[in-house]
Every structure is written in structure tokens, then in C-alpha cells.
Design a binder for this molecule. Structure first.
Ligand SMILES: Cc1ncc(COP(=O)(O)O)c(C=O)c1O
Length: 396
């Protein structure tokens, strides 16, 4: 009803959030607001200068972010967490919070292609160099320099899914007092919680676009670490502008609720599929540490315990790229897809896609052969997937 105020004034103000709601919503609401109202100038100044708790601006975090940060910190056993617009934004902030111009990083040879690109093509322009090495304690110890400010490891290396010697490397880091950054995207905290398990200062990072979100509908990242280290991470997120958008933060918050359910189911299916591929004459080098024949099986059991071995696997077609292409085209339940961690089973050829940033020599050194197919095992019924891969391999 018109109250004397003009049309546009009412259009803007009558839709403001209703006051005095006492019932709590079961689903944490999404705060799609960039800015906030205050009682007056002093109130705003007190909040923005952190003399009083409150919210200021979307880039500094909103109540949806607070809920997401709380759950991610809790699941990773960390004191604090922050969410980012992507896994790459999270990684960039984690590294630059630890390493300054003139500094040095030791990273694993087999990493996600974007990570390789950041370390090899971007950070050197800012005076940060990286040595790439095997993820064994002795190799990491040998690569350390007086300027090394961080060691970076993927718990389960994308796309070979070799298991890093995380414990041995953490001992080296503890001795040298160098922080360890663990990309826990593939393992997820359901499988492994590095901050709880390791003796050195550990920062965990995630592409929440994958299992944390779990539904192939968001791009996001996160860093979890100690409260002290988080001060700089949060500052960089705010000043570099990489904080997650509210909607993506909300999707991650919704998705993480079922992380355990999804990982349990998808890991069990991955093990069943890996077993069936292991027996197949056209597939070799099945990259799944849950197989007793896998070179990292004991290490995986040691790290992950009873929980399983994750939902990602790779295998190599003896017929090389041509055979891989034919097999992928023949799949009917699984599909060729560009990412992983969702409920749809996706396959990809890392050598020509996710790891295209690697040179031919780097691919060989990283174990990414021409016939290697990466598979993100989704939530479909295991028998349907096993049958689908069996019929596709016949056509390889
Ligand atoms: C292991 C790993 N870390 C980090 C990233 C980067 O995450 P995002 O794509 O969310 O930026 C990816 C992306 O595929 C990844 O596989």
C-alpha cells in the first residue's frame, strides 16, 4: 500500500529483511549482500576497525562465509579456514603468505597443471623460484635451500594418484622449520587430515570445486591453518580480492554436509572399478592405492587407515592415445568431463587437457603416459560403471 513515499523508495525499502525472526532456518541462509547498514558512523567505524564484531563488505566475508569457514576448519582439525574464489586463488595466497621475493618453494613433480603453471610461469616474475622433485623425504631434504619458505605436496597426486611420503616430508619440514602446504583436494579431510597428523606447521588447501562442493556446480577454494597464520592469509584474501563469492560459498556449505556419505560410497565404487580394471588385458598401471599390488598401498593404509583410498583412479591403455580416445568415446554411463569430484563419473586424458602445461619431458618424469586416462568415480551404481568400462575397453 502506498504510504506517501514514492514508487522507487518503496521498491527499494519495503523488501528489506524482516525483523525479529526467532525461528532458526535449518539451511544456513545465503547472505547475498555486498554491504551493510549501521546505526551510525561510529558503529561502522568500530566494525571496520575491528573494535567491535560485525560485517563490513562481501570481500571481507559474510555470515555464509563464517559458517563455511567454521565447518572447513573443524573437518580439517584446523584453528581457522578461509574460502576463496577458486582453488588456484587459495593456493596463490597460501604460497605468497609464506614466500616473499627471493624465496624458494619445493614442490612435487606430479602436480595439477594449473599449480605447475603458477609455480613455473607466474611466481618467478615476482622473484619466487620452485624446485620440482619426487615427493620422498630424501629428495625434499636435498632440494631445500636457505631461502626455502614452503614445501608443497598433493596428498594423492593428480593424475597418477601416487601417494606422497607425507610423514617423511613433514619430518624434514619440522626439522628445517619450513611450513608444509598440503593440497588435500583429492584425499579430502574425510580420508586424511594433515594438520592433525603431521608434526610440522601445516597449511591445507583445497579446490572446493571438487569433493567439498561435490555436485559439479561451483568454483571455489579454501585454506585451513593455525589462527596465527590465518591473519596474513585473511589479509591477503581481502586485499588481493580472492574471497569466495557468497553463492559459491553457500554451495560449498551445502555440499560439504554430505562429504562423508559421498566419499564412503564413491571410494568403495572406485575400489571395485580399480579391481575390475586391474584384471583387464588392455589396461595397465592402474593408479589406485587401494589395490594391494599398488606400489604405495602400504603407505596409503598407513595414512588413510580404514577409511578407503579415495574416489579417483587412473589407468593406462596399452594402445596409447588412440586406444584411450576410442575407449572414452565408447563410455555410456561415464562421460568425458573437464573436472572431478562430483556425482557423475568423468574421464579425461590429462596429457592433452588438465596437464597440458607439462612439456613432453615433464609428462614422462611425472608418469603421465600417452595412454593414461584419469577417472573421477561418481555416485552411480558400481555394477553399471564396471559394465560400462568393460564394454568401452573392448572397443579400445
Ligand atoms: C589437485 C588440484 N588442486 C588445485 C586445483 C585448482 O582448483 P580450481 O580449479 O578450483 O582453481 C585443481 C583443479 O583441478 C586440482 O585438481
Amino acid at each position: 500500500m502506498s504510504d506517501g513515499r514514492g514508487f522507487s523508495t518503496r521498491a527499494i525499502h519495503e523488501g528489506e529483511q524482516p525483523k525479529g525472526i526467532v525461528e532458526e532456518p535449518i539451511s544456513t541462509p545465503i547472505w547475498l549482500t555486498s554491504d551493510y547498514f549501521y546505526e551510525g558512523l561510529e558503529h561502522y567505524a568500530d566494525v571496520v576497525n575491528e573494535r567491535r564484531p560485525g560485517f563490513v563488505y562481501g570481500r571481507y566475508g559474510n555470515p555464509t562465509h563464517v559458517a563455511l569457514h567454521r565447518v572447513l576448519a573443524s573437518l580439517e582439525g584446523a584453528e581457522a579456514a578461509w574460502s576463496f574464489a577458486s582453488g588456484m586463488a587459495a593456493l596463490h595466497v597460501a604460497i605468497t603468505a609464506l614466500v616473499k621475493t627471493g624465496g624458494h618453494v619445493v614442490a612435487q613433480r606430479t602436480v595439477y597443471g594449473g599449480t605447475l603453471s603458477l609455480l613455473k610461469e607466474v611466481l618467478p616474475d615476482y622473484g619466487i623460484q620452485t624446485t620440482f622433485t619426487e615427493m620422498e623425504a630424501a629428495a625434499v631434504a636435498a632440494a631445500l635451500r636457505p631461502t626455502t619458505g614452503a614445501v608443497l605436496v598433493e596428498t594423492l597426486a593428480n593424475p597418477t594418484f601416487r601417494v606422497a611420503d607425507v610423514r617423511g616430508i613433514a619430518d624434514v619440514c619440522a626439522e628445517a622449520e619450513i611450513p608444509l602446504v598440503v593440497d588435500n583436494t583429492v584425499a579430502t579431510p574425510w580420508l586424511y587430515r594433515p594438520i592433525e597428523a603431521l608434526p610440522c606447521e601445516t597449511l591445507v588447501m583445497h579446490s572446493t570445486s571438487k569433493y567439498i562442493g561435490g555436485h559439479s556446480d561451483l568454483i571455489g577454494g579454501a585454506v585451513a591453518c593455525s589462527a596465527g597464520r590465518m591473519e596474513r592469509i585473511r589479509f591477503l584474501a581481502m586485499e588481493q580480492g580472492g574471497t569466495a563469492g557468497a553463492f559459491d560459498a553457500w554451495l560449498a556449505l551445502r555440499g560439504v554436509q554430505t562429504l562423508g556419505l559421498r566419499m564412503e560410497r564413491q571410494s568403495a565404487t572406485a575400489l571395485a572399478l580399480a579391481r575390475s580394471l586391474f584384471d583387464h588385458p588392455k589396461a595397465s598401471r592402474v593408479g589406485y592405492s587401494g589395490l594391494p599390488q599398488h606400489p604405495d598401498h602400504e603407505r596409503a593404509v598407513d595414512l588413510f587407515g580404514e577409511r578407503g583410498f579415495g574416489a579417483m583412479l587412473s589407468f593406462t591403455l596399452t594402445g596409447g592415445y588412440e586406444a584411450a580416445s576410442r575407449a572414452c568415446a565408447a563410455l555410456q554411463v561415464a562421460r568425458v568431463g573437464s573436472s572431478f569430484g562430483g556425482l557423475n563419473t568423468e574421464v579425461t586424458h590429462p596429457g592433452t587437457t588438465s596437464h597440458r602445461q607439462f612439456s613432453a619431458e615433464e609428462r614422462v618424469a611425472a608418469g603421465i603416459g600417452d595412454g593414461l586416462i584419469r577417472c573421477s568415480v561418481g555416485g552411480e551404481d558400481p555394477d553399471d560403471l564396471i559394465a560400462d568400462f568393460a564394454q568401452a575397453l573392448e572397443k579400445a
